[in-house]
Every structure is written in C-alpha cells, then in structure tokens.
Design a protein around this ligand. Sequence first.
Ligand code: MBD
Ligand code: FE
Length: 298
Amino acid sequence: MASNGVAVTDGNGAAHKFNPHFTQAVINATGPKASPRVRKLTASLIQHLHDFARENELTVDEWMAGLELMNEAGRMSDDRRNEGQLLCDIFGLESLVDEITYKLASDAKDEPTATAILGPFWRKDAPEKQMGDTIVSGIDSEGDKTWMHGIVTDFVTGKPIEGATLDVWHTAPNGLYEQQDPDQPEMNLRGRFTTGKDGTYNFYCLRPVPYPIPYDGPAGKILQAMDRHPYRPAHIHFIITASGYKPIVTQIFDRNSKYIEDDAVFAVKDSLIVDFKPYQGDPKADFELPYDFKLASF
Ligand code: MBD
Ligand code: FE
C-alpha cells in the first residue's frame, strides 16, 4: 500500500483500503510551538476532512470542483460581497457556530435576547442617528413604513441600559441591501442609535420583505445542485452593544413572512419572531413594531 495514502483497490475491485496510518501522520506533522487550540482544531479538521474523503471515495475531479467553488468564492468577495460566508450560511455552519457560542455563553433561566447570524451584509460605520429619526433615505415612496421602538435592559436586573448602541440594517422593498443596488443612496436602511438614561429607543424603518440571497455564484450553484430555494424570510438585523455587556448580534423575523419555516440559511429562532401591528394616528408609519432587547453583563 502506498504510504502517501493513495487508495488501493482490493481483489474485489469494489471495496478500497487505505493506509491506516496516513491521517495520524499528517496530524503528527504539527510542531511543538503550535498552541493547544491550534493543535486541537487542526487535528480534528484533518481527521474529519480525511474521513469525509474516504467515506465518499472522493475523486480528484470532485475535489477539484469543490476547490474551484472555494476559489471562485474568494474571487467574488470584496467589501460588498462575502461569498465564503454565504457558502457557510447555506450549509448551516454560521447558525451552528452561533448556537454553540450562545449556548455556551448562557445557562441562565431567564435568557438575554437570542442571537442570530451576522450574515454578509453588515457594514461598519452606518450613519449615527437621533432617536425618532428614519433610516429610510431612498425609495421612500415604496414599502410599509414602520415605527420600531422598545427598551434595552439588563436581563438580570431588568434595569434600563444607558448608552446602548443599536446598529440596524435591512433590505429595501426590492429585496436588495443598499450595497447590492446602485440605485439606492449610500447607507440607505442602515443606522446607529444610542440610548439615553431611560434605555429606550425608537426609529422609523420599513417592513422588510422576503428576498433571495445572491445566487449568481458558488452558493447559488450549490443551492441548485441540492434542489433548494435561495429565499430568506423578511428580517431586520441588529448588533446591540453597551459597555459592560456582552454584544448581541441578532435578527428579528416577521411572523407573517413567507419562508419563516424554511429559511435558506437556517437562522430563525422562535423568540426572534415578531408581529408588525397596523398603526394609526401617525402619518409617518403604517405599522408599529415593539421589541425589547435584554443584555447580559460580562
Ligand atoms: C442575508 O441577508 C443574511 O442576513 C444572511 C444571514 C445570509 C445571507 C443573506
Ligand atoms: Fe440579511
């Protein structure tokens, strides 16, 4: 048997045998200065990658096809598009890692606001806004205008948190984030709000719509090959930060949205499903959306 791990066909031609020491030899190449965490993660990754290849009798052509998808994802990615992240998302990896991180971080009976994946469309330096402002700066004749409001509290004491920042972003009525769409003003439907003494926040946004994740690249090819749709239920993203508290990356989901049970990136959690309520008496809003955020201190 070849010592480099090449598969050798046995007498039957069907079953294959592999060098039983090959994977361990690769793991053993790790040097003494590797940190314990690097040692653990790389050993496990090598083991799973090798098992994956052996179990599926992965061919050179199939491995090359996978490699080409990864390289194409890299070539497509820039500060407006993160195709590698999208690939992780459609395989449920970002949601799984989020769940692992969140579960490990919380063993309390009353829970802080649940987390959900960041996704590829967050941008840093969203415009700072005042309470009561709108994040809608374009296409403002379209879409259901919504007044969102609530309070940010310490989930243990229930006390309002002063100086908490809500970074919010969502899609336009055409189903595109502003950086995907040359027709939208820069930073449309994004904003950062900071709470005052009473911990409350409020702003105007739109009721988002379900939309397809970009499927003109590797993630789309995989969705097609797997006979899957690319749609996400309508959602609004948040990052909530406050000094002394663990930051929360999350999304809230419209209960009445299509795909709420069938998110292409597996991010929906029950506690993050919200109700948009018809709203009268404010010409600036068709809907009201109350939602409170609860943070855990460090
Ligand atoms: C999105 O808009 C999104 O929020 C996630 C998580 C993945 C792809 C597109
Ligand atoms: Fe999103």
